[in-house]
Design a protein around this ligand. Structure first.
Ligand code: PGA
Length: 248
């Protein structure tokens, strides 16, 4: 890991689990001594389960994240959830610009920048997700694409103060496909992203992370943590990733 700060492992549950399964999983993570000892663990449950998961996590070391937020703090936006509402639920961090939001909900760089600003205004730390698709990678445009995404995401007046800056590099072709990016591929992109951001930025990798590849990824200097989708839906595999990262 490139900095002395603790590495992250974040579970993004997406639109999965029911209430009971969410409670059970949150309890198993909250009760595991590995979570919080030498790494920072976070959970991003679906909105309806946030309050219950917040109760389960209590004042423990596991961080609660939102999966998305609206760019406005309130108003006539049926179905949306704002930054202040997430804060109210005990959320401290929020994913912004996940490729599923970009692709399936038509979120462009401008919208993502507005969401980042809204998150910061609400006192939330955004975890800004970037990543190239397969066509962009195959035409050698991965870094250009990511540079454009990161630069577009930067708030106009720069990142506020020394606040946490978290970016997740998630190549679209690696998400939910079982095709994890190679360590060297990831390291190269992370180094490129790092050059665009203040020195204290933390850069996570996501895309088909599982208990078998987590240790090797986590050992890579350039990788400050992991963002886990499918493998975060069972306590066994998520905690195996947490342990692998702890030992890396
Ligand atoms: P995956 O998802 O681990 O299922 O590939 C990662 C993500 O979308 O954050």
């Amino acid at each position: 890991m490139s900095q002395p700060a603790k590495p992250w492992v974040i579970g993004n549950w997406k639109m999965n689990l029911d209430r009971r399964a969410a409670e059970t999983l949150a309890k198993e993570v909250a009760d595991d001594p590995a979570c919080g000892a030498v790494i920072r663990v976070g959970l991003a449950p679906p909105f309806p389960y946030l309050e219950r998961v917040a109760e389960i996590l209590g004042h423990g070391p596991v961080t609660l994240l939102g999966q998305d937020l609206h760019s406005e703090p309130r108003g006539a936006y049926t179905g949306s959830v704002s930054g202040p509402m997430l804060r109210d639920m005990g959320v401290t961090h929020v994913l912004v610009g996940h490729s599923e939001r970009r692709r399936l909900h038509g979120e462009d760089d401008d919208m993502i920048r507005r969401k980042i600003t809204a998150a910061v205004k609400a006192g939330l730390t955004p975890v800004v997700c970037v990543g190239e698709d397969l066509a962009q990678r195959e035409s050698q445009r991965a870094m250009t694409t990511i540079t454009a995404q990161v630069e577009a995401a930067l708030p106009a007046d720069g990142w506020p103060g020394q606040g946490e800056i978290l970016v997740a590099y998630e190549p679209v072709w690696a998400i939910g496909t079982g095709h994890v990016a190679g360590r060297e591929q990831v390291a190269e992109i992370h180094a490129g992203i790092r050059r665009l951001l203040p020195g204290h930025a933390r850069i996570l990798y996501g895309g088909s992370v599982d208990p078998d590849n987590a240790a090797s990824l986590a050992r890579e200097e350039e990788i400050d943590g992991l963002l886990v989708g499918s493998a975060s839906l069972s306590a066994a595999s998520f905690l195996a990733i947490v342990r692998a990262t702890t030992q890396a």
